[in-house]
Design a protein around this ligand. Structure first.
Ligand code: SF4
Length: 443
């Protein structure tokens, strides 16, 4: 693999390095949707919106329903998981992600009852891991006890140091939320609750990888995920539109992530950088093992709002509207069986067009074997269609991490070759050393 090539030929080498999954698991390659098809979904994640309400009001939030305080009925939880578990379509390990608006706006008592229902209905063959994505402003000792008791995975949304965070993560009266979020993080730490952070990279923070890393290390944060600030719904990101005469966004993000990753590894204090650590096993995986993309498989990801409305594919589609696809809904779990929802899904224009996008990516993109055709929601909002291919989002979240990993691998092999031949290591060898430093994986 160490043939000295770099970014220009990296994509081709991705195809060679990865076991090419010609189709995402279980998804036949076909262009028509009117015939009965698609034997059996593989449910890997259920994203539940217990309430659309959020107690804060970030400027980049795309959720249209974030002032609605409706909370999901327990009967909807029961109906949902009766259908999910009764379908026989669940992965042996399934994530239930409680997300969007702010899941902690529903009381602990809601989750105690819901978790008990899920546990009662769960077949022994399915392991369920609960996870929350939270702004952390409502976390207290009682929540921490609950998280520990139920082994809940926690993701905290924080965009870096105060100035970066407060620029866009605000209360409804326009004040920054940094202090309240940090209070939540300190409460998690004081109670020994493991968590990772999710930070949105903006047009400002993309130039500050050192500042972000120093902040995380200083606050004892050792697991980090990045989202790039996207254009979704009515929000237009200035990350995607800014730049002027400077380097393009791909170059800027590559510089950001390379610097962050290398310094994070060298520090020994950051265990996990999602953009790298989730991409590594997708590149270097056993022959014949497909890299799934659950955002393109029917019902691999089931998204349910507080009223029981169901969508699939990208979770961001739930709650949005579009002239061509309407509300993206496939049914309501209080009314329809999961079999009926699957039938509606595979017969929909939504599925037809997402699959056309998968075929287009497979036919044209060097990164397909790792990426599996990206996020449909970003294709729709960036390109105006599910059927296209490249987006700024996939360029940053798929192509850049893949390029950086293969770049580091090349340097590692150059190190070995130099070592074996007794020659001095190449001048870029520190990168290889940093890249080879051990990393832990987050389940
Ligand atoms: S979504 Fe982007 S990176 Fe992924 S396969 Fe399609 S074009 Fe390639």
């Amino acid at each position: 693999m160490a043939d000295g090539t770099t970014a220009g030929t990296i994509g081709r080498r991705v195809t060679e390095a990865a076991s090419v999954a010609e189709t995402p698991a279980g998804v036949p390659d076909r262009s028509e949707v009117s015939e009965p098809m698609f034997g059996r979904p593989q449910i890997s994640m259920v994203v539940v919106q217990p309430t659309g309400f959020c107690n804060i009001d970030c400027t980049y939030c795309y959720l249209p329903d974030r002032s609605n305080k409706h909370v999901m009925e327990q009967s909807t939880v029961t109906r949902l998981f009766s259908e999910v578990f009764g379908s026989g379509w669940c992965d042996s390990q399934m994530i239930v992600l409680w997300h969007a608006g702010e899941p902690l706006a529903a009381p602990i008592s809601f989750y105690r009852e819901a978790f008990a229902t899920i546990e009662r209905l769960r077949p022994p063959s399915v392991i369920v891991k609960h996870s929350f994505q939270t702004n952390a402003t409502l976390i207290n000792d009682a929540w921490c006890r609950f998280f520990l008791e139920c082994d809940v995975g926690i993701g905290v949304s924080i965009d870096g140091p105060r100035e970066a965070h407060d620029a866009k993560r605000k209360t409804r009266s326009g004040k920054g939320t940094f202090d309240r979020t940090m209070a939540g993080i300190r409460c998690l730490q004081a109670n020994g609750v493991p968590f990772h952070v999710l930070s949105v990279v903006s047009n400002e923070t993309i130039a500050k990888p050192d500042e972000l890393l120093d902040f995380y290390i200083g606050e004892g944060i050792d697991k980090v995920c990045f989202n790039v600030e996207e254009s979704e719904g009515s929000y237009v990101s200035d990350l995607f539109t800014a730049g002027g005469d400077g380097p393009d966004l791909r170059t800027r993000f590559a510089a950001f992530l390379r610097r962050f990753w290398h310094r994070a590894r060298a520090s020994g204090k950051v265990q996990f950088v999602r953009e790298i650590d989730h991409t590594l096993p997708r590149i270097f995986r056993p022959d014949g093992e497909p890299a799934r993309n659950i955002q393109t498989e029917p019902l691999a990801m089931i998204n349910v709002d507080s009223y029981g409305n169901v969508s699939s594919f990208s979770p961001e589609l739930l709650g949005m509207k579009n002239e061509e696809y309407g509300d993206f809904l496939l049914g309501n779990i209080n009314v329809h069986s999961l079999a009926e929802i699957l039938e509606a899904c595979v017969r929909s224009a939504l599925y037809r067009d997402i699959q056309a996008g998968v075929r287009a990516c497979r036919a044209s993109c060097e990164y397909f074997a790792v990426c599996g055709a990206g996020a449909p929601v970003n294709k729709l909002f960036e390109n105006g269609s599910f059927t296209g291919t490249t987006t700024s989002f996939c360029t940053l979240t798929q192509m850049v991490p893949t390029d950086l990993i293969l770049e580091a691998y090349d340097r590692l092999e150059e190190d070995w070759a130099a070592h074996d031949s007794g020659q001095p290591a190449p001048t870029n060898s520190p990168t290889a050393t940093e890249a080879a430093a051990p990393s832990s994986r987050m389940s």
